[in-house]
Design a binder for this molecule. Structure first.
Ligand SMILES: [Zn+2]
Ligand SMILES: [Zn+2]
Length: 80
């Protein structure tokens, strides 16, 4: 099953060039995942549920891993 490498939502068409969920252009080769992760987390920005593996929020389209990277340098108390 194909999944978007950014938001990890399932993709129905493997010829797709733009993810319909997060609207990122799929310039990198699309990951062919054996399974889609089921765990979810809340987006730090819009508080909607996104897949835990997702690098980008499919709702507000912000990069989640950038925040995590930054947060590690600042203060972990704000994340809880
Ligand atoms: Zn996506
Ligand atoms: Zn969001």
């Amino acid at each position: 099953m194909l999944a978007c490498p950014y938001c990890f939502e399932k993709l129905t068409d493997n010829k797709i060039v733009k993810c319909p969920h997060c609207e990122q252009f799929l310039l990198d080769p699309i990951f062919n995942l054996g399974h889609v992760p089921l765990d979810k987390k809340n987006c730090i920005f819009c508080d909607k549920k996104v897949l835990r593996e997702a690098r980008i929020c499919q709702y507000c389209h912000r990069w989640l891993d950038e925040v995590e990277r930054t947060a590690r340098d600042i203060d972990l108390d704000d994340l809880v």
